[in-house]
Every structure is written in structure tokens, then in C-alpha cells.
Design a protein around this ligand. Sequence first.
Ligand SMILES: *Cc1c(COP(=O)(O)O)cnc(C)c1O
Length: 396
Amino acid sequence: MKPIYLDYAATTPAAAEVIAAMQPYFAENFGNASSLHDFGFRARQGIEGARRIIADFIGATADDIIFTGSGTESNNIAVQGCVFAAGRVPAHIIISAVEHSSVYSTCAFLESLGHELTVVPVDSCGMVDPGAIEAAIKDTTVLISVQYANNEIGTLQPIAQIGLIAEKHGIVFHTDAVQAFGKIPINVNEQKITLLSAAGHKFYGPKGTGLLYVNRHETTARLAARGIRTLPDTALEPLMYGGPQEAGLRPATENTPGIVGLGKAVELARDTMAGSAERERKLRDYAIGRLLSEIPGSALNGHRVERLPNNINIRFENVNAYELVLLLDRHGIACSSGAACSSQSAKPSRVLAAIGLTAQEVAESLRLTLGKYTEKEDIDYVIAKLSELITALKQV
Ligand SMILES: *Cc1c(COP(=O)(O)O)cnc(C)c1O
């Protein structure tokens, strides 16, 4: 029996096309993209080609795409970069209660420096109320950061509505789109997004690659309207200092193979995303329907409709999900209880607590995330195994 991978929200395998696109950039086109000779030129071409593909994909201009080393890094540059550009204490930040730790912990750090944080709660489906975001705005607010889609429960946020509010009040709006990017259509202009983070490995690109969209014009203008003068080129304050790469916002010799692979992953997403989402959404709903009707005491976490096409987060009454994950692994099924990065730790999920689950319910919650290699037979096998294991677990 081949193993069944249902943990695509944790990471995805790099697509064959991505690996093939990267290959020539390790040794053949190995030049430093800043060099003036032909070796450098070939590397530069690879990087700028990727930048254009990515910019087109989200309705941005190429100059506003910055390559980074991960989704975590993009989130840190966005949040810290905005607050440090503001250069005043306290600066006020607004986030939702279900942000990824790379936003949440960054804000906690900024709080420890004397900055102010408002964490806006979410409803029982995990959705934030744009009205509550607006109500939290103060004179000192420099940033609103709300994720596009949640990594644990898949809930999609009303990004365009929040974008309008941010625009109306002249506040920089960042979205952590790491889970949504490459899965659902995003347009930074229509949705009035000023800063956006994404990571290659969540959509069949290479690990250790990230991107940050920085609308430098809007960021500078909005901070200026609040009496803040920013650095002319970067708009945000860089977190590292060095060379002029990536407009000075992310100095270091570029990861050319990684960037080219990221560009290829975006190209694949551009061409196949609509079909994949449709297929995965059907499989997801088929699985949710069967699990809820066949396993007594089961309940869905998150929003029924406003949900990533590939996310299932479900709890089974009186079943410890951590034990279930280990048992499933022994049967060749890979999934997760809570987010991958926190499932090694004993800490209960902050996201599931934020939607109002009790500690017991949090411990009962299992995440299954589908991807382009998931087949209906896999789902049928997993449901059969789940029924069997849950019955056995409940008897002990
Ligand atoms: C995975 C993830 C991140 C972090 O991305 P890395 O590239 O792993 O650092 C940030 N936000 C969300 C919503 C994620 O799912």
C-alpha cells in the first residue's frame, strides 16, 4: 500500500516541472545575479523572469515583488519593517486572533518593545468581523495584518472588505497569504492589499523560498499621511543590512534556483489552479459529508463554505487526535493534529481556542489537507481506516 499524504497544509512536494526548472541554476547558470558578466546575466534573467510571472499572477508590478527565504521571513519583514519604519513608540498594530505564529510572535516581540497590539477576535467559524477591525483603529495605528486563509481550519477572511477599510483610513494592510497563494485567485489591486506574504513550499515550489509583495508607493503614501517619513527605496525598514539586492529590503546573494523554482510553481498554479481547486473542493466535501454522517459524535471545525478548497478540520468526540495521528501514521496515512509547526509541542492550538473550542475539543481535532496527488480511493481508504481506528479507540 503506497502511503497517503494528507498534510498538504504543512508542506507540498516540489512539482517535477519545478525541479526541472531549477536544475540548470545550480551549476550551469550559477553566476551571481549582481555580476556584470554573462554568468551573472543569466542568473539575473532567471530571477527577473520569475518576478514578472509572480507580479502578473497577483496584478502587481514586478518592482513590488521581493524574494525572501520563507513565509516566516516575509511576515517578519512586513510587520517589523512597517513598525520600525514608523520609528515611533508606541506604534499600534491590529491583527486577528488566528494569525500564524510568524505574525503573532512577531507582534508579541514588538509589544515587548513598547508597541501596542490589538488582537481582534474571530467568530465560531474563525472569521474576523471587518467592523471590529475598523473599530480598533487609533491615531497611532500603522498596520493591519490579517491572514488570507487559516492554516489549521482553512477559514477565508473577508480580505477585500478589510482592504477597503484600510484604504479609507490610510493604514498599511498586510495579509499573510501563505495558505491561499496558488490555491485561490488573489488580486492585490482589487482587494486593496498593500503587503502580501507567500511561501513556495505550500504550493509545489521549493522549501526555503518566500516572497513579499510591497506596494511601495501606497506604503510610503499611507505612512506619510500619518506623519511618517520612510526610506525612499524600501518603504519598509529592512531587518538586515548589506547589499542592494531586492531593493535593499532583503540583502544577500539571491537564491537563484529557489527563485526560479518559485516562479515555476506560480506558473503552474496560474495554469492549473482553477481546475485543482474545483477537484479538491469536491473531494473535500465528499469526505466531510461521509465523515460527519458515518462517524458518530463528529463535528467540523471552521467555516462550511468560506474555506480553503483542500482543508478538512474535524473533531471526533472522546478521541485523542494526537494518538489518532500516530495510529494513522502506522497505517501509512500522514495527517496532523493542529498546525504542523506546533504539533511537536504540547501547546494546545491557539486557533481552535479562538473559535471557542474547549481544551477537550481542541485535543479531539484532526486536520486532513488534500492536494493535487490526492485521489478518491485515498479518501475512501482513509475514511474506512478512521472509522475502524476510532471505534477501537473508543472501546479502550
Ligand atoms: C506555513 C505558513 C507560514 C510560514 O511559512 P514558512 O515558509 O514555513 O516559514 C506562515 N503563515 C501561514 C498561514 C502558513 O501556513
